[in-house]
Write a protein that binds this ligand. Structure first.
Ligand SMILES: C[S@@+](CC[C@H](N)C(=O)[O-])C[C@H]1O[C@@H](n2cnc3c(N)ncnc32)[C@H](O)[C@@H]1O
Length: 187
């Protein structure tokens, strides 16, 4: 399906963004996701993923973080903060090792200078991985967006050092020409 058609389908399905289909397609691939009751959504605005998860898992407690504002979603506790401050967020500090699912669709603002952009992506990817290690329970699943660039192998190695069964996903709803891809692994 063409990218514009995913956008139309999102509208007619009542989803906040086309990005939801990427999450649906990734989750379908991961048999380890059973019925998560505590979920952390990193880089969550405008809220497509959180909104979808709140309806798919109505009894789950969902925390969402973004540096930007996000419209309220029932069942989602939103924290407007830079991911870099994740360690200092009081609401999360008592929930270490408790999350069944940590997801990150975070994407930094691009400068257009590839060396700078690649380093920013790498730094933020490592921070999400650190967040996943801190917050995931013993069989929790981590899904993270990254990009096909010169740091990808290095990041995948870091994933493999920290998690089991690390896999790549390029969901059909992700534009073919986009360099974004998703990695996931189990704690
Ligand atoms: C592609 S969007 C996420 C879309 C979301 N999954 C959805 O379905 O609506 C990426 C988000 O990452 C956020 N972001 C970028 N850098 C961040 C940072 N340092 N800390 C927190 N969020 C950040 C951006 O503000 C943006 O909202």
């Amino acid at each position: 399906m063409h990218a514009d058609n995913w956008a139309q389908k999102a509208k007619s399905s009542g989803y906040r963004s086309r990005a939801v289909f990427k999450l649906i397609q990734i989750i379908e691939k991961i048999r380890h996701i059973k019925n998560p009751n505590l979920i952390l959504d990193i880089g969550a605005a405008p809220g497509g993923w959180s909104h979808f998860l709140a309806s798919k898992y109505p009894s789950a407690e969902i925390f969402a973080i973004d540096i930007l504002e996000m419209e309220k979603i029932r069942g989602v506790k939103f924290i407007q903060e830079d991911l870099r401050k994740i360690d200092q967020i009081q609401q999360l500090s008592g929930l270490k090792n408790k999350f069944n699912l940590v997801i990150s669709d975070l994407a930094p603002n691009l400068t257009g200078i590839s060396s700078i952009d690649e380093e920013n992506i790498f730094e933020l990817n490592l921070l999400t991985l650190k967040g996943a290690k801190t917050f995931l329970d013993s069989k929790g699943v981590f899904i993270v967006k990254t990009f096909q660039n010169s740091n990808l192998k290095k990041f995948r190695k870091e994933m493999e050092k920290n998690l089991k069964i690390v896999q790549t996903a390029k969901p059909a709803a992700s534009k073919k020409q986009s360099k974004e891809i998703y990695l996931y692994g189990i704690n």
